[in-house]
Design a protein around this ligand. Structure first.
Ligand SMILES: Nc1ncnc2c1ncn2[C@@H]1O[C@H](COP(=O)(O)OP(=O)(O)O)[C@@H](O)[C@H]1O
Ligand SMILES: [Mg+2]
Length: 346
């Protein structure tokens, strides 16, 4: 059992800037002055309107009522956060909490806070069976940590499944792939590019239901005429050539990553990983003109064809998520696991 236990709304409110003590002791050490200054800067930052909303605005619980909870075991860790299981102390329900520890440098904190706010403001508006459900966000009383509460998926990530079972049969790839496309299609229809699609960001419930998670790199295109994004976002093995080359990317970058995920599910490891484990080297291979990842030879003709279609170097030549759902790989097998028809729940 961990330490965090948030039992009332006041314990998570952002402190009022005016209420912070103004250097009460004359002989205070430099360390404590710096600490105080940082606390003041953080407090101001959390109340600022940066990225369209203050922290208080985004921290309104989705259900309208703040969930009181206790932290449990560590269940996962990504590049930015640690994820713990947690217990609703009023109802006994289990949740997951994504725990961000802020740096101790205000410039870094600004970036971390901006990214976290972006992730939460995207996630809280999403409502789809194949996308992780968001509940609430809280700031710790000492202003050092932020906890984002999510639906708990006991099966863990697809990466963990691949580590245990090494590779998947095509029937499972069809089931997971179809559900991923449903989630991705919903995101794209709402103007959102995920930008970090990979097995560690795909969760699998005990009933085999797929939940897309980690919107920390995602971007919402408010206006479809908006300029293509040129930022380098994502994880090397799954990155589309136009992302690596910073030529401007949009929804079709997720389709490339989906193709990489199909390879990863079939082989048990992502494309390019058989050549190099060095990120720079992988990025160099992806960006080299006319370079393609190896496509598994033992897979069915329809899976082979689908992977080739997703991995077109020209982003405009790739199919959309909706079009892929009509590809023969997904439509030929009548016994496909379809969570909408079997009434499975996460
Ligand atoms: N809701 C959840 N239920 C169960 N496990 C989760 C959940 N969210 C994340 N995890 C686990 O934690 C890991 C890291 O989470 P993620 O949101 O991807 O963090 P980061 O943004 O740091 O990459 C995931 O790969 C997964 O193993
Ligand atoms: Mg992640």
């Amino acid at each position: 059992m961990g330490t965090a236990c948030c039992t009332n709304r006041s314990s998570v409110r952002v402190a009022d800037v005016q209420n912070i003590p103004q250097h009460p002791k004359e002989n205070r050490s430099i360390d404590s002055n710096q600490h105080e200054l940082l606390r003041r800067q953080k407090s101001q930052l959390f109340q600022s309107e940066g990225a369209d909303s203050t922290f208080i605005e985004i921290s309104t619980p989705r259900t309208g009522k703040l969930i009181k909870w206790k932290r449990g075991d560590l269940i996962g860790e990504g590049a930015y956060a640690k994820v713990y299981q947690c217990l609703n102390i009023e109802t006994g329900e289990l949740f997951a909490v994504k725990h961000f520890t802020l740096s101790d440098d205000i410039k870094k904190i600004e970036r971390e806070f901006y990214n976290m706010k972006k992730e939460v403001s995207l996630l809280r508006d999403l409502n789809h069976k194949n996308i992780i459900k968001y509940y609430q966000t809280e700031l710790s009383e000492d202003l050092n940590c932020i906890d984002v509460m999510l639906e708990y998926i006991p099966g863990g990530s697809l990466k963990q499944i691949l580590q245990k079972y090494h590779h998947l049969e095509e029937t499972i790839i069809k089931s997971y792939g179809k559900q991923l496309l449903e989630g991705l299609g919903y995101l794209h229809a709402n103007g959102i590019v995920h930008r970090d699609l990979k097995s560690a960001n795909v969760l699998i419930s005990t009933k085999g239901v797929v939940k897309l998670t980690d919107f920390g790199s995602s971007k919402k295109f408010e206006d479809l005429d908006e300029q293509l994004s040129k930022s380098l976002k994502g994880s090397p093995y799954w990155m589309a050539p136009e992302v690596v080359r910073r030529e401007g990317h949009t929804f079709s970058a997720d389709i490339w990553s989906f193709g990489c995920l199909l390879i990863e599910m079939f082989n048990g490891s992502p494309p390019w990983s058989n050549y190099s484990r060095n990120a720079k080297e992988v990025l160099r291979m992806i960006s080299a003109p006319d370079n393609f990842p190896d496509i598994p030879e033992q897979c069915s003709n329809s899976l082979h064809d689908l992977i080739c279609k997703c991995l077109k170097r020209n982003p405009l030549a790739r199919p959309t998520a909706k079009e892929i759902l009509n590809h023969e790989f997904f439509v030929t097998d009548e016994n496909l696991h379809d969570n909408s028809s079997t009434g499975l729940i996460g």
